[in-house]
Design a protein around this ligand. Structure first.
Ligand SMILES: [Zn+2]
Ligand SMILES: [Zn+2]
Length: 264
C-alpha cells in the first residue's frame, strides 16, 4: 500500500485526485510542461492555470475539456494562461456538441480585461451557447462555484494569487508562482495537499520565486500532510530539491513531473 492510499483510507468523505498536467515553467523541457493542474472534486476537474499545450495534455491525462466547470488563474504570465483561449475555441468547435453549462474562470486582478482582449483578437472563441463568468478574486474567503475558496497575494507579481480550496473534509492549496513565505505558510495551514511552486534549488538568487529550502520551511511551518512540488525549472536537480526539502520538512513529498497523480 502506498503512502497516498494509506491517507485515503484513514479518513472518511470525498477523495481528492490531483493530476499534474504540466509541472514546469515557460522554458521547454521534456516532462516539465507549462503550468496546468487538475483537481477532481466529485468527479469533475477543477483546473488551476492553463499554460500553452495544456488542452492537449489534459486529454493525455484522460480528462475531458468539456467537463471543466471552473478554472483558477493564479496570474497572467503566459506559462499559466495561453491555453485559456485554446479551450474557449475548442468549446466552440466541437462537432455535434455545444456547451450549455456556465464556465467560470476565477483569478487575479486584471483577469477580466485579459480575457476580453483575448476574445477581441480570437473572435471565433467567443462563447455562443453558454455563459462565461469571469471573477477577479479579492484576497480573503469566498464561496465560488460551490467551493469554499481563500485567496492571498503571493509576491511574484503585484497581482499573483494563491488559492486554498476547502471541501467538506479536505483542504487543497495551490501556490501559483510565489515569493512571499509568510503568506504561503498562512494560507497552507494544515492543508491535506500543498501544491507549491519550487522554481530553483537552495541558494539560487531569486526575488520572485521560491527555492527548495524555503518550500521545505513553508510545508513544515504550515503543518501540511503532503507537499507536492511543481514549477521546477529545467536545470534544477530533483535529487537536490528533495534533499533540501527534507532538511526542513519531515512529511510526505512528491516532486511532480507531467502526469503525476496524487490522491488524498
Ligand atoms: Zn510561471
Ligand atoms: Zn509567473
Amino acid at each position: 500500500m502506498t503512502e497516498t492510499s494509506q491517507a485515503s483510507v484513514s479518513r472518511n468523505g470525498d477523495i481528492m485526485k490531483l493530476t499534474v498536467v504540466g509541472a514546469g515553467t515557460i522554458l521547454p523541457a521534456r516532462g516539465l510542461s507549462t503550468s496546468c493542474h487538475a483537481l477532481e472534486i466529485a468527479g469533475r476537474p477543477v483546473v488551476f492555470d492553463m499554460g500553452p499545450g495544456a488542452l492537449a495534455r489534459l486529454a493525455l491525462a484522460g480528462l475531458d475539456y468539456r467537463d471543466i466547470r471552473t478554472i483558477f488563474i493564479s496570474h497572467l504570465h503566459p506559462d499559466h494562461t495561453l491555453d485559456l483561449v485554446t479551450l474557449l475555441q475548442a468549446l466552440e468547435a466541437t462537432p455535434g456538441w455545444s456547451r450549455t453549462e456556465t464556465l467560470t474562470i476565477v483569478g487575479c486582478r486584471g483577469l477580466k480585461t485579459f480575457i476580453a482582449e483575448l476574445l477581441a483578437i480570437f473572435r471565433d472563441a467567443l462563447p455562443q451557447s453558454y455563459a462565461l463568468e469571469v471573477i477577479e478574486l479579492e484576497v480573503g474567503r469566498h464561496e465560488i462555484a460551490g467551493l469554499t475558496v481563500e485567496a492571498c497575494l503571493t509576491g511574484h507579481t503585484t497581482n499573483s494569487l494563491a488559492f486554498r480550496v476547502e471541501t467538506q473534509d479536505r483542504v487543497f492549496v495551490y501556490s501559483g508562482d510565489a515569493a512571499d513565505m509568510d503568506a504561503m505558510i498562512d494560507i497552507a495551514r494544515q492543508a491535506d495537499i500543498l501544491l507549491c511552486e519550487c522554481s530553483f534549488e537552495k541558494g539560487y538568487p531569486t526575488t520572485d520565486h521560491f527555492t527548495s529550502d524555503v518550500v521545505g520551511r513553508i510545508a513544515e511551518a504550515a503543518g501540511v500532510r503532503h507537499l507536492i512540488v511543481t514549477h521546477t525549472y529545467p536545470a534544477t536537480d530533483h535529487d537536490r530539491i528533495r534533499a533540501d526539502l527534507g532538511a526542513h520538512y519531515a512529511g510526505l513529498v512528491t516532486i511532480a513531473v507531467d502526469g503525476t497523480v496524487v490522491k488524498c
